[in-house]
Ligand binder design. Structure first.
Ligand code: NAD
Length: 354
C-alpha cells in the first residue's frame, strides 16, 4: 500500500460532486486536490468549502500533481471529459451512468486501455446495506432458493433538478435510479438475462421517462421486477423477495423488514377457510398457527472493501476492481434493451449482453 495519498480533482461540483468530497475525506488513501465546475457559483462554493477551484479543465489536466479525475457532471459530457483525462495520463472515476450508450462506453474503455490508465465507474449502490441483505439471502438460501425479486424505489417528488428532464443530457429515471437497480441485480445473479419486457411512464409530461417497470427473466429461472416511480405518494417496499422456503420484505433504507419461512417442524394442516370480501377462500387464508416462523433480516453480505479503497488498490495494482467494466457494459446494454422493449411493446429475447 502506497504511503502517499492519491490526488483527485472532482469535475462537476454539484450535488454528487460535493458529496464525493466528504466520502473521499473519510478515506485515508485519497485526497481532493480541488474541483472544476463550469459555473462561477459552483467554483465559489468549492472555495468556500476549502477546495481549490481550478479556472479551467485544461488547468486541471496540466497539473502534474493530479492523478485522478472524478467525473460528476451531467451524463452527456462524461465521455469527452474522460477521453481528455486519459490523453493527459490521468485515471478516471466516473459517475453512473458512465455514458449515454454502450457504444460510448466502449470508446471510453478502449481509451483507458491504450493510455494504460484505470477507468472505474461509481456503482456505489452495490454497497447499500438493503441490497447486501438481499445478496446474503440470495447467496446463502436464507429463505430457500430465491425465484422472484421485486426491487423498487418510489418517490413523490417528480424528476428533480434541471438536466434530468432533458433527453440529450441523459435525463430520465431509467438512466438514473434504473442504472443502480439493474447493476445490483446483474452483480448478484450469476445467470444470463434471457428476456426483457418493460414500460416507461411519462405521467409528468416530460420528454424523458419519470419512471419505468421492467421484468427480467434470467436463464436460471429467476424473475426480477424492477420499478422506479416518482409519483408514488404511498410507497411499496424497497424489496419483496420470494424463495422456495419463505418470503422476505425490506420496507426502506432503515432496513425495516422481516423474513417469514415455512416451519419445518410443523405438521402440514389444511388451511381453514376464511371469509374474504363477500366470498370464502381456503387458498388465501393465513397459514395455520405455528406453520410459519417470522424472523429478523439476516446480516448484510460483506464486500471486500469500500469503493474508494478498492480504487486506490486498483491503481496501485494490488487488487481487481469490484466494479468491473464488462459488468458496467452489460448494464448499459440491458438498459438499451429495456428502452427497445418499451418502444416496441415487445418482449426482447435476442439481445447480447455478454
Ligand atoms: P448536478 O446538476 O447537481 O451537478 C452537476 C454539476 O456539473 C453542475 O454544478 C454543473 O455546473 C457541472 N457541469 C456541467 N457540465 C460541466 C462540464 N463540462 N465541466 C465541469 N462541470 C460541469 O448533478 P448531480 O446530481 O450531482 O449529478 C452528477 C452526476 O452524478 C450524474 O452523472 C448523476 O447521474 C450522478 N449521480 C450519482 C449518484 C450516485 O449515488 N452514484 C447520485 C446522484 C447523482
Amino acid at each position: 500500500m502506497s504511503s502517499h495519498k492519491h490526488t483527485i480533482v472532482i469535475v462537476g461540483y454539484g450535488g454528487m460532486g460535493s458529496y464525493h468530497t466528504h466520502l473521499i475525506e473519510e478515506n485515508g488513501r485519497l485526497e481532493v486536490a480541488g474541483t472544476f465546475d463550469l459555473l462561477e457559483e459552483r467554483r465559489s462554493a468549492s472555495e468556500a468549502a476549502g477546495y481549490t477551484a481550478y479556472a479551467s479543465y485544461e488547468d486541471v489536466l496540466a497539473d502534474p500533481k493530479v492523478g485522478t479525475i472524478l467525473i460528476a457532471t451531467p451524463n452527456d459530457v462524461h465521455k469527452e471529459i474522460a477521453l481528455a483525462a486519459f490523453r493527459a495520463g490521468k485515471h478516471v472515476i466516473c459517475e453512473k451512468p458512465v455514458a449515454m450508450s454502450s457504444e460510448e462506453f466502449i470508446e471510453m474503455t478502449q481509451a483507458a486501455e491504450s493510455a494504460g490508465r484505470v477507468l472505474m465507474v461509481h456503482q456505489n449502490r452495490r454497497w447499500d446495506e438493503d441490497f447486501r441483505v438481499i445478496k446474503e439471502m440470495y447467496d446463502h438460501g436464507t429463505i430457500g432458493s430465491l425465484f422472484q425479486l421485486e426491487s423498487r424505489v418510489h418517490g413523490a417528488n417528480g424528476i428533480p433538478g434541471d438536466w434530468r428532464h432533458v433527453k440529450a443530457q441523459g435525463g430520465g429515471m431509467l438512466l438514473d435510479w434504473g442504472v443502480h437497480l439493474l447493476d445490483q441485480l446483474l452483480f448478484m445473479i450469476d445467470s444470463k438475462v434471457a428476456s426483457v419486457s418493460s414500460n416507461l411512464s411519462f405521467i409528468l409530461g416530460n420528454e424523458v421517462d419519470d419512471g419505468f417497470e421492467a421484468i427480467l427473466q434470467f436463464e436460471n429461472g429467476v424473475k426480477a421486477i424492477v420499478e422506479v416511480g416518482t409519483t408514488n405518494f404511498i410507497t411499496l417496499p424497497r424489496w419483496y423477495v420470494k424463495g422456495t422456503e419463505g418470503t422476505g420484505v425490506i420496507e426502506d433504507w432503515s432496513l425495516t423488514g422481516r423474513i417469514v419461512t415455512r416451519n419445518q417442524e410443523s405438521e402440514k394442516l389444511e388451511p381453514t377457510p376464511i371469509r374474504a370480501g363477500v366470498g370464502l377462500t381456503k387458498t388465501m387464508a393465513p397459514p395455520s398457527e405455528g406453520a410459519t416462523i417470522t424472523e429478523a433480516l439476516p446480516p448484510a453480505a460483506e464486500l471486500a472493501s469500500s469503493f474508494y479503497t478498492n480504487f486506490a488498490d486498483v491503481i496501485e495494482g494490488t487488487a481487481e476492481p469490484i466494479v468491473k467494466n464488462p459488468e458496467v457494459l452489460r448494464v448499459l446494454k440491458l438498459i438499451e434493451a429495456i428502452f427497445a422493449a418499451a418502444e416496441t411493446n415487445q418482449t426482447i429475447k435476442d439481445f447480447d449482453l455478454y
